[in-house]
Design a protein around this ligand. Structure first.
Ligand code: AHR
Length: 469
């Protein structure tokens, strides 16, 4: 990038609504893998207080579990009942011993503490439709049937009311237990969903989708009446910072393509997208170290790009889960030095706390650069999204400056922001894009229908203001 000062014009129209933002797009994912659960969330026979307190700071709306690849070999019955009777099992997916100390009840306990919606992914690798339906019965059935009574006997008289159920994980890939082709998966998913819904018709099911439109077409055509969501998973990495922070554009393009496939295959937009695994996967994160990595400011800038895309895609994407929450490609690191947040954690907090109920249209004119890593793309140096919160009548503007060296002077016109005055301002930044020392500083800015704001290099700024009416 060229040194000096960049310039941009941003137009926000508060009356031009893109749609309602489903808060589940700020969701999370935990898997029996590395030190995410054992040695992270779960230590010495209990939930780890320090880790849980940090997770609480994110106010997670939804939590996906138990995998991931792990889900394709997991038998839920192994993880229930008195802890002393549970047996360790060999987990084929990650070739590790799973002690089964953390099972369904422990997951529900965690979700209750966090006030997060539990989202369970069933085993479509080595499992059966019957086993999945029994899991729904265990979780959601009233007392009086065999599997529901297993729950009651364990001290949980009231059903857990798990609404979200994933129909397997990434079975399109040969790394997955139960890898198969689209037609085979679609036929099986239909049977799983049907039986699970017969136990509890209120559940929402998520079918496995991917970047192959042909796969998605087959699954949607076959399962459309039995599914509520189709998933997409995306992991990226490139040593070049500008390529890394361009990746959200590729995700946005791919999600929009999936939305178009849904419309074409089902004739409507009822089936929504669950973008239920996304992250940067650094080269240092290997199986040998439990997929551990050390996120830097660039990871926060990448995450902010994903959230701005979520705002733009809000009519179609209703769930998104960062992969993963603790120690595995982490948002939170927990080791012998204690539990601590990483830079993308701060981006999550800013969006989770300040984004309103409705996304509004934003148009940005700014410099662009060329990206080649994910196909030829022109990437705007500035990425802006805006939301309106209808209950509190608050507008929030999210300004992401990807430029490493230059500040960008933004000439912002915000139609509908007639009340001037001081707005809250939060700036996420750090000493460099490859450094882990990010922090959020707070301040104020005078706002009116047209105002100017200079976005510092490699920063995310949130401007939040109550509006009249
Ligand atoms: O998040 C790590 C792994 O990545 C998950 O288990 C799998 O679903 C994906 O391939």
């Amino acid at each position: 990038m060229v040194k000096g000062k960049g310039e941009a014009r941003v137009a926000i129209d508060l009356s031009d609504e893109v749609g309602e933002i489903n808060r589940n797009v700020y969701g999370h994912f935990i898997e029996h893998l590395g030190k995410c659960i054992y040695g992270g969330i779960w230590k010495e026979g209990d939930l780890d207080r320090g880790v849980v307190d940090l997770i609480k700071g994110l106010d997670p709306p939804i939590l996906r579990w138990p995998g991931g690849n792990f889900a394709s070999g997991y038998h839920w019955i192994d993880g229930i009942g008195p802890s002393e009777e549970r047996k360790p099992k060999f987990d084929l997916a990650w070739r590790a011993i799973d002690p089964n100390a953390f099972g369904t009840n422990e997951f529900i306990k965690l979700c209750r503490i966090l006030q997060a919606e539990p989202y369970i992914c069933v085993n479509m690798g080595s499992g059966t439709a019957e086993e999945a339906a029994n899991w729904v019965e265990y979780c959601n059935g009233p007392a009086g049937s065999y599997h529901a009574d297993l729950r009651v006997r364990g001290g949980e008289a009231q059903p857990f009311g798990v609404r979200f159920w994933g129909l397997g994980n990434e079975v399109y890939g040969d790394w997955q237990i139960g890898h198969c082709d689209a037609a085979t998966y679609a036929k099986q998913a239909l049977e799983f969903a049907k039986r699970m819904r017969w136990v509890d018709p209120a559940i929402k099911t998520v079918a496995v989708g991917c970047d192959d439109p042909q796969w998605n077409w087959e699954v949607l055509r076959t399962c459309k009446d039995q599914i509520d969501y189709i998933s997409l998973h995306k992991y990226y990495y490139n040593p070049d910072y500008y390529e890394r922070v361009a990746a959200p554009l590729e995700a946005e393009r791919s999600l929009a393509r999936l939305a178009a496939t849904i419309l074409a295959a089902t004739g409507e937009r009822r089936v929504k997208i669950a973008f239920d695994e996304w992250n940067l996967w650094h080269p240092e994160a290997k199986l040998e170290n439990g997929l551990n990595q050390s996120p830097v400011l660039a990871d926060a800038i990448f995450a902010a790009g994903i959230f701005n895309a979520m705002h733009r895609l809000c009519p179609d994407v209703h769930i998104a889960c960062f992969a993963q929450l603790v120690n595995v490609l982490p948002l939170i690191i927990s080791d012998d030095k204690g539990a601590r947040a990483t830079p993308p954690y701060l981006a999550f907090q800013l969006y989770g706390r300040h984004a309103g109920s409705t996304a509004v249209r934003v148009r940005t004119a700014c410099e662009t650069y060329e990206s080649k890593a994910w196909g030829q793309m022109r990437v705007p140096i500035l990425d802006v999204s805006a939301t309106l919160d209808k209950a509190s009548r608050t507008v929030s503007i999210f300004i992401l400056n990807r430029d490493v060296d230059r500040e960008v002077e933004c000439d912002v016109s915000a139609i509908g922001l007639e009340r001037g005055g001081k707005a809250e301002l939060y700036e996420l930044n750090g000493s460099g894009v490859e450094k882990p020392d990010a922090k959020v500083s707070r301040g104020h800015i005078g706002l009116s229908e047209r105002f100017s704001y200079t976005a510092p290099p490699h920063s995310l700024t949130v401007i939040k203001q109550a509006i009249a009416g």
